[in-house]
Unconditional design. Sequence first.
Length: 495
Amino acid sequence: MTTTRAPIRQTLSPRRRWAALGVLVGAVLLLAIDGTVLYLAVPSLTRELAPTATEILWIGDIYSLALAGLLVTAGNLADRFGRKKVLLLGTAAFGIASVLAAFSPTAGVLVLARLLLGVAGATIMPSTLSLIRTLFTDPRERTRAIAIWSAGSGGGIALGPLVGGTLLEHYWWGSVFLINVPVVVVFLIAGAFLLPESRDPNPGRFDLLSAALSMVAIVPLVYAVKHAVSEGLDVRVAVAAVLGVAAGVLFLRRQRRAADPLIDVGLFRNGAFSGAVLANFISVFALMGLLFFFSQYLQLVRGFSPLRAGLAEMPATLASIVVVAAVGVLVRRLGQGRAVAAGLGVAALGLALVAVAEQAPQYWWLGLTLVPVGLGVGLALTLTVDSVLSAVPRDKAGSASAISETAYELGAALGIALLGSLVTVVYRAFLPAGAPGEVRESLASAVSALDPASDLAQAARDAFTGAMQVTSLAAAAVTAVAALIAWRTIPSGKD
């Protein structure tokens, strides 16, 4: 007699459900913290490993790039073999890759370790929302659970610099990775006991070619951006860009024709769904692109210690946590779409104010500008995830979740790649003519090579500050456009 695997129904006690949610939020928090915890360590590892400007960018964004490229594939594997099983296996691999990263002897090995961390993280992320839908069948409970999940994700982005600063105050740069190991052990034990198993009873055929095309569509495009910034426009840039676009076109065509696509591209015909995905992407794009170089700005320009720099970014963290309590009131008053647009509008205003305050002599002005950034991004992240899941039929929720998470991680990767590259370009343009190579390479290498009191060192700091201001304004403009799109596309349910 054959049996059909059915999804787990909500039979767990309320205490068990919320305890299981704590495990899932802990997983997302770990991934989000690991995405930003390295930022404060860049000056330290630059002194130890001497990476180039391009290697610094790869160290920063290859983690999110691997996550973005593999999320859909990993989600399909989790549907087949069990989300709990894949989640726990990925967590164990994450711990092993963390040890490799902590003891990397060269910048190249650290890039490889960050890649492995992203691959392992890709097996963790897709299962979290699917398991939340399994655990919480009541819509109001599920909305609250998604809000807490989003707070863990957004809060982890901002908590990373604080965790990194605390560790770097007392230990070497590798400690920002080694701290993952005890957390992983606790997570494995708790997850084994608290999480239910869940899988798709009819997952369909796994399309290996689509999985490969999805990666080939993303990696060459980001490489083209990086290479154009570091080396200029050349044949490599053109080949990489053409390869990425061609793979993307082939991927989309295959998804439209496949009986069991990795991504249901038909979902994007729904304007509410497309608007929510875009808003999710841009909110992370702006925040991650800013934070990656903002931590360096605090240390190298303002002279903050790693711990003080982490504490200086706390206003954004606290504001994103406040969103959990305020989201229900805002949605009732404004409606879903208008609330998302309002969040992105507030974030855009905050980013513009950051550009103004970066030249202020007192930090407090800068700290105050981080409040609207954290508040707006936190609100947008919370509501766009809920909007994505609400905009599609329940039987397509798994595909919708995968697309939402991919947009999140791709936004993080491209935020670092594009806004980070803009910082580099503008920094070099603002430097005095004839600045030596180590100064043009990056501000971190300039600070290591120059006397901090010299005129050239001050000129490098001024150039970096100007680059940060230009980049903050660019992020503000993009976020404002996303607010308009969200306003027009995501339903509010109000007249």
